[in-house]
Design a protein around this ligand. Structure first.
Ligand code: AMP
Ligand code: ZN
Ligand code: FE
Ligand code: FE
Length: 287
């Protein structure tokens, strides 16, 4: 059974629509896919419908981007009761803050003399806007050879066009996901320094899994992460982080995830649905 638990669509910074993504998933022989767009669930409706057409199970997911000192921490959420109004309102706020941040980065780049416009960046984003859309505009105008090159030259963490994200902590993302009975899972943890310390606090807050079988992680990384996951009683998950060509190199469905992990997620989600979900409110520093 082929499984991919980490994918993106045009609802955020993926290149293919949810329907096209599902068509490709079927062609790749997948039987289960989770759509995990950044800060949005707007692709889920179309993905679930396309999944029915292609006889492919779709898990409603999300990827929430947060920061800690000096690094990005992404938290995935699975089996979300995503239609809840308060949840949707919070996601809308997060996307509004993406717009503000992206506009500020465009202004910074313009200040450096680069001829790119917010209007074009907005046009390139069908849904939740982000740095990859700025990167695409930079490539289009000839300021970079590729998306990766644009990150390296201009909008990576230390680049001249970088602006920090709105303040959202990993614990906020966990709370947000739990508020709709979702299961929070730490995404691509390999690069994070002091990972054990972070796992200590995140598991205490309710983290239920961690990506182990991710993207192009090598066998020794997978082995190390698998051991950590077992130590912290976290479900080892994974996936390609497929966006279409140009953003992450791993093809759709190319990273196998154990069926056992999906079963563990599934039964934990069923348990959670029997319990009252904790309420969530964005911290006041958002305003
Ligand atoms: P944002 O959430 O707007 O800060 O954009 C971050 C997203 O850009 C990540 O989730 C990745 O999908 C993508 N990304 C980050 N770094 C790179 C890179 N060096 N090359 C290509 N895509 C990247
Ligand atoms: Zn992305
Ligand atoms: Fe990510
Ligand atoms: Fe991702």
């Amino acid at each position: 059974m082929k499984i991919d638990l980490h994918t993106h669509s045009t609802a955020s910074d993926g290149l293919y629509s949810p329907a096209e993504l599902l068509r490709q998933a079927q062609a790749a022989g997948l039987s289960l896919l989770a759509l995990t767009d950044h800060d949005t669930t707007n692709g889920l409706e179309a993905a679930l419908a396309a999944g029915e057409t292609h006889h492919l199970e779709v898990i409603p997911g999300i990827e929430v981007n947060t920061d800690i000192a000096g690094a990005e921490v992404h938290v995935l959420g699975y089996f979300l009761e995503y239609k809840q109004p308060a949840f949707q309102q919070t996601l809308q706020t997060l996307r509004d803050m993406r717009v503000t941040r992206t506009q500020r980065m465009v202004a910074k780049l313009q200040g450096l003399g680069l001829k790119i416009t917010w209007e074009r960046v907005r046009e390139l984003a069908a849904g939740a806007v982000g740095r990859p859309h700025i990167a695409a505009a930079l490539v289009e105008q000839g300021y970079a050879d590729s998306i990766a090159d644009a990150f390296n030259r201009y909008i990576g963490r230390n680049g001249p066009g970088y602006v920090a994200r709105y303040k959202l902590a990993p614990l906020d993302a966990i709370g947000l996901i739990q508020s709709v009975h979702g299961l929070p899972v730490l995404a691509h943890p390999a690069g994070l320094s002091d990972l054990e310390n972070l796992l200590g606090s995140l598991t205490q807050a309710g983290l239920t899994g961690m990506e182990v079988y991710y993207g192009d992680y090598e066998p020794k990384t997978v082995k190390y992460l698998r051991k950590l996951a077992d130590t912290y009683h976290l479900i080892p998950t994974g996936g390609s982080d497929f966006h279409g060509p140009g953003i992450h190199p791993t093809p759709l469905g190319a990273r196998q995830v154990p069926e056992e992990s999906v079963e563990r997620l599934r039964s934990l989600a069923a348990e959670r649905r029997q319990m009252r979900a904790p309420a969530f409110e964005l911290p006041s520093y958002q305003a």
